[in-house]
Ligand binder design. Structure first.
Ligand code: F3S
Length: 650
């Protein structure tokens, strides 16, 4: 039987296990990336493990999430990150140089390689044929030290593209259409592999918009085959020599197939406040728009900003709307500036911003309360923009620019008819991506050779094993689809403490219940209760680290999002799956006990545990985990486990 492209790359990197769906496999990692919110812990953990030097072909540290310096804390972190990259042999991308995924794809992403990143949108270079997976920081630390990355072999789904995109429909509409059909849970446990005649009609950057936002489907990764489009892009970024032809075998068998006819697509938009609430733009046309932002790792590349710039050329942003363009990388800004597009956009009334994540996580350009913001981003979870009563819509740069011109949501095809001279801008690559590399410091150019830790750099939290019995209060009962943004918000006032877990923990779950951290500290631990898809969204391991620091021993949920589930193991919190009856039968404030030798049960492979509620009712909770995950949990987390292993090994 032939192999899928995913299987071919995994096979090339396989160090343990068989490529059977659901089996745990260990794979070699060629490249790692980390960013500033997750990176400080990555390097503190690297230091705590006593490792000397990065072992992967490429390790890259980006500073993109919190580049605005409000006081010393972000600067402290960035200085520490530069010193860590220099000390251990990683590339360092300075604050302002751009978003990790954009800078990585421009400089390092390569077909056939594996990439592990401590950011959930790490799968972006799947559009170039790289198998890229998002993970928790500690997983990246361990991979960077040369150890394999372990993962359950996902299902491989064939997303067959047919036809060709019509005018005004874009790559963003391809992924919005998939979100409309499959929802934010539709990709869980799956790698989406794109095939079919529609693939060759999409350029590599368009493919990377699609693979980037596969994360919103919950997919482990998304990947395209390579072809002339891939080679063309690599040549334009000056890395043509890294091209490798990669295709699935003709007789490859997939676990499932989804067909998307590109010719049927039209401009789509995700309504507030979930990326899968997708409707045709025409359905919400007429909604007044207060703010428009073009940018982010999904649609912030040169090729994404250019269509919006063309639409704005010689026109003006509507007086009732504010428009911001924040390119995904300084390379994009530099090219747009050299070609005169920055001036055109400024003349049209655009506020041109630094290349940063910024507004995507509520840092800068926070919308006015109860206003409408139309963005080209990938996520619109409630409150992520920096204000709770936000109304954030997600769409393509074309739909965003049309909204800015009209002052209300409008199907760009209708606006084109109305204005008479507004043509579909199309999708165009730069002749050559010949921007400066001044903000990228290679290991050879390192300016530090020892760690520099300012007062904002704290200690790595450690849990020393798990308790024999779990007994405590249900500290919080939560609904479905709780995000890591709910657990640890990413806004500036909170995430500036990302390297200081003692302080950051005070904000744990504050967006769900402001009293949570105080109650958890007072109760000295307890358990959390949640519905489906607990922990979706960002990869930030602080969403497990802070509950651990507050003494949370277990999470009972109907299901877990992949990266967060791994992070719970990595920080010694027992992730137990319960059914709907148990979820309905347990309430906040109930006393729960799991008293059947939890520690030995975890270590010895028991999958069912009895949860006694208020000393009376009993429910079954399931621990579905590999032996390796069980050992990590029993050790109190991955750092304790890795250190113990290193000691055993002498
Ligand atoms: Fe940054 Fe938002 Fe992407 S936070 S990495 S631009 S999802």
């Amino acid at each position: 039987m032939g192999q899928t492209l995913t299987e071919k790359i995994l096979d090339d990197h396989l160090v343990e296990g068989d490529l059977q769906t659901g089996e745990e496999i260990g794979i070699e990692i060629d490249q790692v990336l980390t960013q500033d919110t997750t990176g400080t812990m990555v390097w503190l953990q690297f230091e705590a493990m006593g490792l000397d030097e990065v072992q992967t072909e490429i390790a890259a540290q980006y500073c993109d999430h919190q580049t605005y310096q409000f006081d010393f804390k972000n600067t402290d972190d960035h200085r520490f990150l530069r010193s860590a990259a220099g000390t251990y042999g990683a590339h360092f991308s300075r604050p302002g140089n751009g978003i990790c995924h954009n800078v990585h794809r421009e400089n390092f992403a390569a077909p056939g390689k594996t990439l592990l990143g401590s950011d959930s949108h790490t799968p972006t270079p799947g559009g170039l044929g790289e198998l890229a997976i998002g993970a928790g920081g500690i997983d990246v630390t361990v991979a960077m030290g040369g150890a394999p990355y372990y993962i359950e072999m996902p299902e491989v789904v064939n997303v067959r593209l047919e036809g060709e995109l019509p005018d005004w429909a874009t790559a963003k509409d391809v992924i919005l259409e998939l979100l409309r059909r499959l929802t934010v849970k539709g990709g869980v446990g799956k790698i989406l592999e794109y095939t079919g005649p529609g693939v060759e009609t999409l350029t590599a950057p368009e493919r990377m918009t699609i693979t980037n936002m596969g994360t919103e489907l919950g997919a482990t990764s998304s990947i395209f085959p390579t072809d002339e489009q891939t080679e063309d892009y690599l040549e334009r970024v000056g890395r043509g020599g890294e091209y490798v032809p990669l295709q699935p075998d003709d007789d490859a068998e997939y676990d499932d197939e989804i067909v998307v006819d590109l010719s049927d697509l039209e401009p789509l938009i995700a309504e507030p406040s979930m990326p899968d609430k997708v409707v045709p733009v025409s359905e919400v046309a007429g909604t007044d728009v207060d703010q428009v932002i073009v940018g982010s790792c999904t649609n912030g590349a040169y090729e994404d900003v250019l269509p919006a710039a063309k639409m704005l050329e010689g026109r003006e942003v509507n007086k009732k709307t504010e428009m911001i363009v924040a390119p995904g990388s300084k390379q994009a800004s530099e090219l747009l500036a050299r070609q005169g597009w920055v001036a055109e956009m400024m003349a049209a009334g655009v506020n041109f911003s630094e290349a940063t994540c910024g507004a995507c996580i509520g840092i800068g350009h926070v919308p006015a309360s109860d206003s409408v913001s139309v963005r080209t981003f990938n996520r619109n979870f409630e409150g992520r923009s920096g204000i709770e009563d936000d109304n954030v819509y997600l769409c393509s740069p074309e739909v965003a620019a049309a909204a800015a011109l009209k002052g209300e949501i409008v199907d760009p095809r209708d606006l084109s008819d109305e204005l008479g001279d507004l043509e579909a801008p199309g999708f165009e690559l730069a002749e050559e991506y010949d921007a400066s590399k001044a903000d990228l410091i290679t290991p050879d150019e390192a300016v530090d050779d020892e760690l520099v830790k300012g007062p904002n750099i704290g200690e790595v939290p450690l849990r020393d094993g798990i308790d024999e019995d779990i007994a405590g209060e249900v500290l919080l009962k939560m609904d479905d689809n709780i995000t890591t943004d709910h657990i640890i918000p990413a806004t500036q006032d909170i995430l500036m403490y990302r390297s200081n877990i003692d302080k950051l923990s005070e904000f744990t779950l504050s967006r769900v219940d402001e009293t949570f951290a105080d109650r958890a500290a007072e109760a000295d631990g307890g358990v959390l209760l949640a519905g489906e898809n607990y922990g979706q969204g960002s990869s930030r391991e602080h969403a497990a680290m802070c509950p651990m620091h507050l003494g949370v021993e277990a999470v009972l949920a109907q299901s877990f999002a992949r990266i967060h589930r791994a992070n719970l193991f990595n920080f010694g919190i027992v992730p137990l799956v319960i059914d709907e009856d148990a979820y309905d039968g347990i309430d906040q404030g109930d006393e729960v006990e799991i008293v059947e030798d939890v520690e030995s049960g975890v270590s010895e492979g028991r999958s069912e545990f009895t949860v006694t509620v208020n000393g009376d009712e009993e429910y079954t909770a399931t621990l579905d985990a590999s032996q390796r995950e069980r050992d990590i949990l029993a050790a109190g987390g991955k750092l304790s486990w890795t250190k113990a292993q290193a000691e055993e090994g002498g």
